[in-house]
Design a protein around this ligand. Structure first.
Ligand code: NAG
Ligand code: NAG
Ligand code: NAG
Ligand code: NAG
Ligand code: NAG
Ligand code: NAG
Ligand code: NAG
Ligand code: NAG
Length: 729
C-alpha cells in the first residue's frame, strides 16, 4: 500500500483528487459494530460463571439437554429455581410461531425479506415474530437460517436469505437484532454448509478455505458480531467430520469469531456425545432416539468429558440468557396452546413485505399496472390464484403428497407455520377490480384457460413451484419432489398453461415459489409481464394485487439469479453423491455468470419499477483522519411520474491477482432502499472498510488487504451498473 492513485472510469465521477494521500490505505479501518443490547458478553459471562459455580454436575447437564415438552408443545430446558432460571421454551420460528399455535401469524419467507432489500423491514419482521413468540411463552426462536441459495433446486431455499453472503448477513443481522431487542433469543442455523436436503445426514460438504471464509462463514461472522445468543450446528459432515462434532469448524466459531453464546445441535445431529461435547457443542436436542448424548452425566463422571467443559456449556447457556435480559422476563408458557383469533397487528407488515418483495421481472406494452378506465375485463387463470377448498397451503406440513388446493404461499417443513388464514389472489384481485369497475373472469381449468382469456382485455396467469425440508422419512415426496426440487419447471403443467393463454391473449405471469424457475415462455410476444412473488405468507393475494394494480410500486429485487437453463447455474443439488464438492468456490450465483462472461435471463438484484431513476454525481473520497473508510456518494433522482423505491447496490471487484484460479467477479458489499416522489433527488452514502476490500489468503491462513486495482460499481442490479470507479492501492 505504498501509493494510492485513482481514476474515474465514467464521466459521471467527480474525484476530489487532492484529498487522496499515500496515507489513505493505512487510515482504512474496520467496519464499526453497532452494540448489541445493554449487557456485554464479558459482563454476562462473569455473572454466568458465578451461577454455574452453584450447580451440580446433574444441574449443568440439565441445562445442556433439550427435552421434548410433555406439558407444552415446544422443546424445553427445565427450570433451575436455585439460580432464578425459569427454563426455556424453544420453537421453530423461521416464518412465525412454529406449529401456528393460537392462530399465530404466517409471515413472508426469508427469501422475500431478502428481496425487499429493505433493512428496516428486515428488522421489523424480527421484532414482530419475536412479539408473537413472546406472547406465547417462547424464549428461544430456532431461526434465522444463514445457509445460502447455492443450488436453485435446494429444498429449503425459501428459508434462506438469498444467494449472496453479504445480503444474507444483512438480512439475518437485522432479523436477529429485531428478535433479540424483544427479549427472544435467536438461534442462527445451520452451521455450516447445509445447502441441500438429499443425504443431509451423511453427505460430506467439501470446500476450499477461501470459499468457506468469504462466502459461507461470512453471515455467521456477522451475526456473532451482532450478538446472536445461540448457533445450531448442522447434520452434514464438513471436510469429513460431522458439523456438531467438528473441532475445526466449532473452533473457528468460538476462537476465531469469538462467539460467547452456545452451540446447539440440530435434531439428532450429534451422533457421538463425547466427540460433540469435546469439540465444543454445548446443548443437545435429546428426546431423539438417534441422540448419542443420552447420558452426559456418565461421560463427565467417568472423565470422558472434562467437568470444565460441562461448566463451560452451562456458563455459555446462562450467559446468553443473561445477555438477552431474559432473567427479567416472564414467558407466559400457558398461552402457547390457548385458542383465540389471530393477532391482526402483524397483517399490515406481512402485506407490506409481500408487496415490497414481489419482483417485477418484465413489463412491456404498458401491461402493468392494470389501470382504471381503459381496462374493462381481466381474466384470472390458474389453480394458484384460487381459494382453497380443504386445506390452506395444503403441502405445508408434508402430510399431503400434493400441494394442489388453491394458492401456494409457502413451502413445507420446519421453516413453515400453519396459516391462520390465506388471502388468495382471486379474492384480492376481485375486490380491487370491483372498486375500479373492472370485471373479473376466472378459471382454474386448463382446458378453459384460453377461452376464458379471450373474453378479457388481458390475462393474469398464476403458476407456482414448491419445495421444502427433508429427503428422508418421515418426510415424503410432494408431487415427486423430495425436499429439493428435482427440476426447475413450474408445477401442474404451468408452462403449458402460460403458453395456451399467451397464444390467444396479452398475458401477465405471476409466479410463487422458493426461487428460480425455468421460463421457456419468456420470449413469447404475448407474455408482456412477469412478477415473481416467492412466498409472501398469509397476505399473499393482497400483496400481489397491490403490485398488479399499482397501489404499490414494485421495488423487489431478485436475491438470486434466474438462468435460461438449469445447467447454466454455478451449482446444483447432488441427489445421489455422498460428497458435495463446492467446486464453484467463491463464485456463487451471479459471480459465476460474471466470471464466465455469460448473461443470465434475469440477474441478481434485478427488478423493475413503474417509474425510472437516474444516477448521477457519484463521488468517492479516500479514508482520512475524519473517516476510516472510502466514502461513496451518489445522487438518485426519480425521473418518472409516480412515487417509488429504488434499491441502490454497491459492488466491489478485488484485484485480479487475488483470483488466479477462477477469475474475480464483482461482489455485493452494501445496498440502500430509498423512497422518492417524482422529480425528488436524494443522496445515498456508502462506506467501504478494510473488510470490504480484503480477501482470505489461503497461503497465510488469514484475511489480507491486497495491492492492485479495485473496481467499485454502483447500480440498479448486478448487471445494470450505472457507474464504476477504479482505484489502485
Ligand atoms: C454488568 O451489568 C450490570 C447491569 O447492567 C451492571 O450493574 C454491572 O455493574 C455490570 N458489571 C460489570 C462487571 O461490568
Ligand atoms: C466417539 O468419539 C470419541 C472421541 O472422538 C472416540 O474415541 C469414540 O470412539 C467415538 N465413539 C464412537 C461410538 O464412535
Ligand atoms: C445418567 O447417569 C446417571 C449416573 O450414572 C444416572 O443417575 C441417570 O439416571 C442417568 N440418566 C439417564 C437419562 O440415563
Ligand atoms: C464412560 O461412559 C460412557 C457412557 O456410558 C461409555 O460409553 C464409556 O465407555 C465410558 N468410558 C469410560 C472410560 O469408562
Ligand atoms: C382461530 O381463529 C378462528 C377465527 O377467529 C377461530 O374460529 C378458531 O377457533 C381459532 N383457532 C385457534 C386454534 O385458536
Ligand atoms: C398483538 O400484537 C401486538 C403487537 O405485537 C401486541 O401489542 C398485542 O398485545 C397483541 N395482542 C394479543 C392479544 O396478543
Ligand atoms: C363505476 O361505475 C359506476 C356506475 O357506472 C360509477 O358510478 C362509478 O363512478 C364508477 N367508479 C369508478 C371508480 O370508475
Ligand atoms: C383507480 O381506482 C382506484 C379505486 O377507485 C383509485 O384508488 C385509484 O386512484 C384509481 N387510479 C387512477 C389512476 O385513476
Amino acid at each position: 500500500m505504498k501509493s494510492l492513485s485513482l481514476f474515474a472510469a465514467t464521466a459521471a465521477l467527480i474525484f476530489p483528487l487532492s484529498s487522496y494521500a499515500n496515507s489513505a490505505s493505512y487510515l482504512l479501518g474496520t467496519r464499526p459494530i453497532e452494540p448489541s443490547g445493554d449487557i456485554t458478553w464479558e459482563n454476562a459471562t462473569v455473572q454466568a460463571q458465578a451461577l454455574a459455580a452453584q450447580l451440580s454436575v446433574q444441574d449443568k447437564v440439565d441445562l445442556a439437554r433439550i427435552l421434548v415438552g410433555t406439558t407444552v408443545p415446544c422443546f424445553v430446558i427445565p427450570e433451575k429455581p436455585q439460580i432464578g432460571f425459569k427454563g426455556f421454551c424453544i420453537l421453530d420460528s423461521v416464518t412465525g410461531v412454529g406449529g401456528g399455535y393460537n392462530n399465530a401469524s404466517t409471515f413472508s419467507a426469508p427469501v422475500n425479506l431478502a428481496a425487499t432489500f429493505d433493512k428496516d423491514l428486515m428488522r421489523q419482521q424480527g421484532e414482530l415474530i419475536a412479539e408473537d413468540l413472546r406472547s406465547r411463552g417462547v424464549a428461544i426462536a430456532l431461526a434465522p437460517v444463514l445457509n445460502l441459495q447455492r443450488s436453485p433446486a435446494g429444498g429449503r431455499n425459501f428459508e434462506f436469505a438469498g444467494a449472496d453472503p453479504v445480503l444474507s448477513s444483512i438480512v439475518n443481522v437485522q432479523h436477529i437484532r429485531g428478535t433479540q431487542s424483544k427479549g427472544v433469543m435467536s438461534v442462527a442455523k445451520h452451521y455450516i454448509l447445509n445447502e441441500q436436503e438429499h443425504n443431509r445426514f451423511t453427505a460430506n460438504s467439501v470446500i476450499s478455505p477461501r470459499a468457506f471464509h468469504e462466502v459461507y462463514l461470512r453471515p455467521f461472522k456477522a451475526v456473532v458480531e451482532a450478538g446472536v445468543g445461540a448457533i445450531m450446528c448442522s447434520y452434514n459432515p464438513v471436510n469429513g467430520v460431522s458439523s456438531c462434532e467438528n473441532p475445526t469448524t466449532l473452533g473457528i466459531l468460538k476462537n476465531d469469531l469469538g462467539f460467547k453464546g452456545f452451540v446447539m445441535s440440530d435434531y439428532g445431529a450429534a451422533k457421538n456425545g463425547s466427540a460433540a461435547a469435546n469439540a465444543g457443542m454445548d446443548m443437545i436436542l435429546t428426546g431423539d432416539p438417534r441422540s448419542a448424548w443420552a447420558n452426559l452425566t456418565t461421560l463427565v463422571q467417568n472423565g470422558t468429558v472434562p467437568e470444565s467443559r460441562l461448566t463451560d456449556m452451562a456458563t455459555r447457556i446462562l450467559a446468553a440468557w443473561i445477555k438477552l435480559g431474559q432473567r427479567e422476563i416472564t414467558f407466559p408458557l400457558s398461552t402457547l396452546t390457548v385458542t383465540g383469533p389471530t393477532n391482526t397487528s402483524y397483517k399490515d407488515h406481512i402485506r407490506t413485505v409481500g408487496a415490497a418483495s414481489s419482483v417485477l421481472l418484465k413489463n412491456e406494452q404498458g401491461a402493468l399496472p392494470l389501470t382504471n378506465g381503459t381496462l374493462k375485463t381481466v381474466a384470472v387463470i390458474g389453480e394458484n390464484a384460487m381459494p382453497h377448498v380443504t386445506e390452506l397451503n395444503r403441502c405445508l406440513n408434508n402430510v399431503f403428497t400434493t400441494c394442489i388446493d388453491g394458492h401456494v404461499a409457502l413451502g413445507w417443513g420446519s421453516g413453515t407455520t400453519k396459516f391462520p388464514y390465506l388471502v388468495d389472489p382471486l379474492t384480492a384481485i376481485t375486490e380491487k377490480a370491483s372498486a375500479r369497475n373492472i370485471t373479473v373472469v376466472s378459471t382454474s381449468d386448463h382446458a378453459l384457460a384460453a377461452p376464458t382469456a379471450k373474453k378479457a382485455d388481458i390475462a393474469v396467469v398464476f403458476v407456482f413451484a414448491s419445495s421444502g425440508e427433508g429427503a428422508n422419512p418421515p418426510f415424503q415426496p410432494v408431487q415427486g419432489h423430495y425436499g429439493d426440487r428435482y427440476d426447475l419447471k413450474l408445477w401442474q403443467n404451468g408452462d403449458a398453461l402460460v403458453k395456451s393463454v399467451a397464444d390467444v391473449q396479452k398475458t401477465v405471469v405471476v409466479i410463487t415459489g422458493p426461487g428460480a424457475v425455468d421460463m421457456p415462455w419468456i420470449h413469447h410476444p404475448n407474455v408482456v409481464g412477469v412478477i415473481h412473488s416467492m412466498f409472501p405468507g398469509q397476505e399473499s393475494g393482497n400483496a400481489i394485487a397491490d403490485v398488479l394494480f399499482g397501489d404499490v410500486n414494485p421495488s423487489g429485487r431478485l436475491p438470486f439469479t434466474i438462468a435460461e437453463s438449469r445447467e447454466h447455474y454455478a451449482a446444483d443439488v447432488d441427489y445421489t453423491g455422498l460428497t458435495i464438492e463446492y467446486k464453484e468456490g467463491t463464485l456463487i450465483d451471479y459471480r459465476w455468470f460474471e466470471a464466465r462472461g455469460k448473461s443470465p435471463l434475469f440477474a441478481f438484484g434485478h427488478g423493475l419499477s413503474y417509474t425510472t431513476f437516474q444516477y448521477s454525481q457519484i463521488t468517492v473520497t479516500a479514508p482520512s483522519s475524519d473517516s476510516a473508510a472510502f466514502t461513496l456518494l451518489v445522487t438518485i433522482t426519480n425521473t418518472g411520474n409516480v412515487a417509488g423505491h429504488e434499491v441502490v447496490q454497491l459492488y466491489v471487484q478485488l484485484p485480479e491477482h487475488t483470483c488466479p484460479k477462477q477469475g474475480c467477479a464483482k461482489e455485493l458489499r452494501d445496498f440502500e432502499r430509498i423512497s422518492l416522489v417524482p422529480h425528488e433527488s436524494r443522496i445515498v452514502r456508502f462506506r467501504l472498510y478494510k473488510d470490504d476490500l480484503s480477501y482470505y489468503d489461503e497461503s497465510k491462513g488469514s484475511w489480507a488487504l491486497p495491492f492492485g486495482d479495485f473496481c467499485v460499481s454502483i447500480g440498479a442490479s448486478s448487471s445494470d451498473i450505472r457507474s464504476t470507479a477504479t482505484f489502485t492501492m
